[in-house]
Design a protein around this ligand. Structure first.
Ligand SMILES: Nc1nc2c(ncn2[C@@H]2O[C@H](COP(=O)(O)OP(=O)(O)OP(=O)(O)O)[C@@H](O)[C@H]2O)c(=O)[nH]1
Length: 129
């Protein structure tokens, strides 16, 4: 089972709907279970500003957000609105869970962040084809 957690209104439901139905339905969900979670909320708000062309790339790198990688948390940016990385995010989590289930103690661990980066590169390199 996978649970999406995050501040109210950060887009958990929209992300799931985009993955499930392949579409973005703006502003159409009533609040579901809410849990305080500031890091995800901050990251989301910036993502949304970026989509709408308000914040530039340099503003994203200004260090205002805690770098999740410092805490060992795999991280990727997604957008329920554009569909960016949505399928990849769920696929990566599914792969991680599957690997954990079959993992032998002497085997190297599945590196989810490396997998995400390799898949992102693959899609950008071939998106014109
Ligand atoms: N621009 C943009 N808006 C989004 C995106 N994802 C969600 N939204 C909007 O943000 C608002 C909240 O989205 P929800 O999916 O309901 O958020 P939630 O995290 O499930 O909210 P709770 O149920 O209250 O926890 C809605 O108006 C969505 O249309 C996104 O990727 N881009």
């Amino acid at each position: 089972m996978t649970i999406l957690v995050g501040d109210s209104g950060v887009g958990k439901t929209s992300l799931l709907v985009q993955f499930d139905q392949g579409k973005f339905i703006p502003g159409s969900f009533s609040a579901t279970v809410g849990i305080g979670f500031t890091i995800g909320g901050e990251r989301f708000r910036r993502g949304r500003e970026l989509e709408e062309g308000v914040v530039t790339g340099s503003a994203v790198a200004d260090g205002a957000m805690p770098p999740l990688q410092e805490y060992g948390v795999p991280f990727m940016e997604t957008s329920a609105k554009t569909g960016m990385n949505v399928e990849l995010a769920f696929l990566a989590i599914a792969k991680e869970l599957k690997q954990r289930a079959v993992q032998q103690p002497d085997e190297p661990r599945f590196q989810i962040q490396d997998y995400i980066e390799s898949q992102k590169k693959k899609s950008s390199c071939c998106s014109f084809m």
